[in-house]
Design a protein around this ligand. Structure first.
Ligand code: ADP
Ligand code: TRP
Length: 329
């Protein structure tokens, strides 16, 4: 049995990049009988970027409903909220004491802000709180707490898993072989999905296609995909954003037919309509489930509560081992 663990922060509306890049592959792992899956909502990590409590509540339900609508089966996955597993935060503190400050100085996310500050001519630590600085240690606690074997993440998170390994190693050197060393799992085939403007689809770029908006909003969002000013009769490149997205939702035959239309000339408006049709067809059954969970919050609460209970049982064992090793019985 291999144990897979991953977390997503509730910091915005889940988009189709999140679905293909993270949620879909994670659900596939959880369906294999050889794997155990621990998937959680990294709500305390989200505190570094959210402004209000209401935002955290809303985004948490949106993310939980998304996972469930996309097919996460709570009987196969231990599905929980990070903040419901307080053992995480106890381990976090212990791990702080085997983490060199220099290791945090080298973390990409922190370094990027320091560099931006330098460019802007402000002090290096402008806008950086300790939550952001210690972010990788909390992430190591999430991972090490349940003895994870594999952590499925996007390439941008690779360094965080390496840091978790370093922290586990430091702890084990000092206290014996207590913590399991995790490996990142990065899907090679999962390309980075493009957003409306052709850049990586990301909440931070405001170029997303939400997974679960209503049909009208979906159509309107698709209409905002940036295209060139070629005439309807001009052939369109097969590597355009519209075709890349179309291929994710259409059948082989539909793809062939659509590519023929693109090559022989089609108006962008018609191409967008075709994309809407296949995307909406794919999303409709999931959207119904999503709307169901969004209007049945107590069911979601119950699923997350039961998940946290299971996660805590495993967490407790790790923490007992750790506490004993450090001399806290
Ligand atoms: P965002 O960039 O919108 O803030 P997150 O950083 O919250 O997204 O990502 C959550 C998960 O979704 C991560 O595993 C990440 O690798 C994946 N993901 C995000 N955007 C994309 C994308 N455009 N294509 C593929 N996967 C993505
Ligand atoms: N840092 C991750 C992200 O931004 C979210 C996350 C928090 C995570 N804890 C984790 C991912 C543990 C994997 C394992 O996407």
């Amino acid at each position: 049995m291999k144990r897979y663990l991953t977390g997503i922060k509730p910091t915005g509306i889940p988009h189709i990049g999140n679905y293909f890049g993270a949620i879909k592959p994670a659900i596939e792992f959880s369906n294999s009988a050889d794997n155990e899956a621990y998937y959680f909502i990294a709500d305390y990590h989200a505190l570094t970027s959210l402004q209000t409590g209401k935002e955290l509540v809303d985004y948490t339900y949106e993310l939980a409903s998304t996972w469930l609508a996309c097919g996460l089966d709570p009987n196969k996955v231990v599905f929980y909220k990070q903040s419901d597993v307080p053992e995480t935060f106890e381990l976090n503190w212990i791990l702080c004491n085997v983490t060199p400050k220099g290791l945090m100085n080298r973390a990409h996310a922190y370094k990027a802000i320091v560099e931006k500050n330098a460019e802007a001519g402000v002090t290096a630590d402008e806008g950086i709180n300790m939550g952001l600085y210690n972010y990788p240690i909390l992430m190591a606690a999430d991972i090490l707490l349940v003895d994870s074997d594999y952590v499925p993440v996007g390439l941008d998170q690779k360094q965080h898993i390496e840091i978790a390994r370093d922290i586990a190693h430091n702890f084990n050197i000092k206290y014996g072989n207590i913590l399991k060393s995790p490996m990142e799992h990065i899907e090679k085939e999962v390309a980075t999905l493009e957003g409306l403007d052709g850049r990586k689809m990301s909440k931070s770029y405001g170029n997303i296609i939400p997974l679960f908006c209503d049909e009208k909003t979906l159509q309107k969002t698709i209409n905002r995909i940036v295209t060139d000013s070629s005439l309807p009769t001009d052939p369109k490149p097969l590597d355009c954003t519209i075709n890349k997205l179309y291929k994710l939702f259409a059948t082989e035959e539909e793809i062939k037919a659509f590519e023929k239309r693109l090559s022989s000339g089609i108006g962008w408006g018609d191409a967008k309509k075709a994309l809407f049709e296949v995307m909406n067809r794919f999303i409709t059954p999931m959207r119904e489930k999503y709307n169901y969970y969004m209007s049945h919050r107590s069911e979601v609460d119950e699923i997350l509560r039961a998940g946290a209970e299971k996660a805590r049982r495993v967490a407790r064992k790790t923490l007992d081992r750790v506490r004993k090793a450090i001399g806290c019985k």
